[in-house]
Design a protein around this ligand. Structure first.
Ligand code: PXG
Length: 448
């Protein structure tokens, strides 16, 4: 690890670590024990000391194609020279329409209307506002309650943390929106399942209880991740999402899929909706849309939702959905997205994920029996290991494992009581082997 004085500028990188208030980071600890990255190419980061680190989480789940893809670099460079910025309120850049049309071509049935954001958090809050406003346009203004799921993650804005189900992300921030939560789907009897677990479809029926409690006339939408990523790859049981879909239809509740992690290949298809054969009314994306290169997200709505806004009895010059961001449909992000979508198609990326997924599944489940592991979960090229607490702290062991792995040349993510792994789609079998060898060593080395 680097020795850097947090107050000093006299270091290997000539930067002071003082001013940057880092997100989701133990700042005091980090600044005493920094982990710095200065470059990336393909599946590897490089450190200021020149070490190569395998990117075992595809950035933060966003760089499936690996880093420094020349096609994206070229497209972005060209675009920034041609049109670096243009407003997207009352004016539209041609490239934004091009990208929306392209997304419409690949999105599942009837998901044809694309609203651009700049992140997963903005996609979450946009989709929740869209759902509430939709019911209002339909004359059902009492339908405002939003239903999330325990352990769900929908970013960090107020809507997202209100429907989110990770307590630590909410408790400092006061009251949020009017929400309720479905139970999570993490069942003891599913521990060490390979892929989609067998038990627990009935957990979706808890929506009936929520409806009984609040009445469907007060509920706007249910939002779930097809699989929960941040909580440590919690894959829903067989039939669960289909059952949720049926219940939402039965009670006239919109179903939102937060596909910020699951879209663009992670489960072996363009969308988790396809892997789980369940079509939501609204589908949120970000991350893999631009391979992580330029911030961008989007909310993809069914035609019927767009139509409800357009059919409002408003003068033609009235704005139907008063929502949007300065950087919605940023032209440089659009260029990055189009180049990224080209690569997914040209390289047949999703087929490659399906091909590599069984290898990944075998490799991760070979860690069963290593010390302190209480569960191993996987789907596509995503996996997580769950650990027993250390000294009463559930997060300590994963943190130590993460640090050991990084020192040994592999980046994996620690989150709560889990280690999460999501290798780039371009990873080779031997790189997967190396990742799990290093992870196994780290698990044993931190076992005490
Ligand atoms: N929804 C989902 C499902 C996500 O996974 C967001 C929304 C928020 O996206 P932005 O772009 O606003 O951060 C996310 C983000 C992890 C990890 O380690 C996951 C995310 C971000 C950082 C870390 O699991 N997901």
């Amino acid at each position: 690890m680097l020795e850097i004085d947090p107050q000093s500028t006299d270091s290997i990188t000539s930067v002071s670590l003082d001013a940057y208030w880092m997100p989701f980071t133990a700042n005091r600890h980090f600044k005493q024990n920094p982990i710095l990255i200065s470059g990336a190419k393909g599946a590897y980061y490089s450190t200021p000391e020149g070490e190569q680190i395998f990117d075992g989480l595809s950035g933060l789940w966003c760089c499936g194609l690996g880093h420094g893809r020349t096609e994206i670099v070229d497209a972005v460079s060209k675009q920034i020279a041609q049109l670096d910025y243009s407003p997207s309120f009352q004016v539209g850049s041609t490239i934004a329409f091009e990208l929306a049309d392209r997304l419409k071509q690949i999105a599942p049935e009837n998901l044809n209307r694309i609203f651009f954001t700049n992140s997963g958090s903005e996609s979450a809050d946009t989709s929740l506002k869209m759902a509430r406003a939709y019911w209002r346009t339909k004359g059902q203004a009492s339908k405002t309650k939003l239903i999330g799921r325990s352990k769900g993650y929908h970013g960090v804005n107020y809507g997202g943390i209100s429907v989110g189900g990770i307590g630590g992300n909410r408790k400092l921030f006061g009251s949020g929106l009017d929400t309720d939560h479905l139970p999570h789907t993490l069942l003891k009897e599913n521990a060490f399942s390979r892929g989609i677990p067998e038990n627990g479809v009935a957990l979706a029926d808890d929506l009936e209880e929520i409806v009984t409690l609040h009445d469907a006339s007060n509920i706007a939408a249910v939002i779930v991740e097809p699989f929960s990523g941040s909580a440590g790859v919690i894959v829903p049981p067989k039939g669960y999402l289909k059952r949720l879909r049926e219940l939402c239809d039965k009670h006239d509740i919109l179903l939102i899929f937060d596909e910020v992690i699951t879209a663009f290949g992670r489960t072996g298809q363009a969308f988790g909706a396809q892997t789980f054969d369940t079509i939501p009314d609204i589908l949120n994306i970000a991350k893999g849309l631009t391979n992580g290169t330029i911030p961008m997200g989007a909310v993809i709505a069914k035609d019927m939702i767009y139509a409800a806004f357009m059919e409002q009895k408003l003068p033609e010059k009235a704005i139907e959905f008063p929502h949007g961001y300065t950087y919605s449909a940023h032209p440089v992000a659009c260029a990055a997205a189009l180049a990224t979508l080209d690569i997914y198609e040209k390289d047949q990326t999703y087929a490659r994920v399906r091909e590599l997924a069984p290898y990944f599944e075998n490799a991760i489940h070979q860690l069963k029996g290593e010390p302190n592991i209480t569960d191993i979960r996987n789907i596509g090229l995503a996996g997580a290991l769950e650990f027993t607490p250390k000294g009463g702290d559930p997060t300590l062991r994963p943190y130590e494992i993460f640090r050991k792995c990084f020192a040994a040349g592999v980046y994996v993510r620690c989150g709560g009581n889990t280690i999460q792994i999501a290798p780039p789609f371009i990873a080779k079998e031997k790189e997967i082997d190396n990742l799990f060898n290093i992870l196994g060593d780290a698990i044993r080395a931190t076992a005490s």
